[in-house]
Write a protein that binds this ligand. Structure first.
Ligand code: 5GP
Ligand code: ZN
Length: 113
């Protein structure tokens, strides 16, 4: 996707503070952090949203969670972190390339806002 900011980060056409990657997944720090640790974990394949995901993406979606788990351990936030997938404008999705937010390093309320 030529104009997708996250695809541009994957292609290294836009800068990002990359923490970890493998053949299918990339993790980098959010530019507008909402917690001391705020990392975005994305598939290298362009999938617009949770709603756009298909059965063939099942394993890939699991890989996002496991990469977040690995980063949470490295960031030493395992005592309390939150994983968020915003789907659609009503939930605040602003970038239409699926991304798992990893937030940690502070307390979190429930229900979320
Ligand atoms: P959403 O609101 O779609 O769930 O989350 C999009 C996130 O992407 C936001 O937290 C926003 O700060 C982050 N973001 C948007 N553009 C960029 C960018 O170019 N680089 C990085 N690292 N994060 C971005
Ligand atoms: Zn994309």
């Amino acid at each position: 996707m030529d104009n997708c900011i996250f695809c541009r980060i994957i292609r290294r056409e836009s800068p990002a503070r990359v923490l970890k990657e493998d053949d299918e997944v990339l993790a980098f720090r959010d530019t507008n952090p909402q917690a001391p640790t705020h990392v975005l974990v994305i598939p290298k394949a362009h999938i617009a949203s949770v709603d756009a995901a298909r059965p063939e993406h099942q394993a890939l979606l699991g890989q996002l969670v496991l990469m977040a788990q690995s980063i949470a351990r490295e960031e030493k936030i395992v005592s309390g972190y939150r994983l968020v997938l915003n789907n659609g404008r009503g939930a605040g999705q602003t970038v239409h390339h699926i991304h798992l937010h990893l937030l940690g390093g502070r307390g979190f309320g429930w229900p979320p806002g």
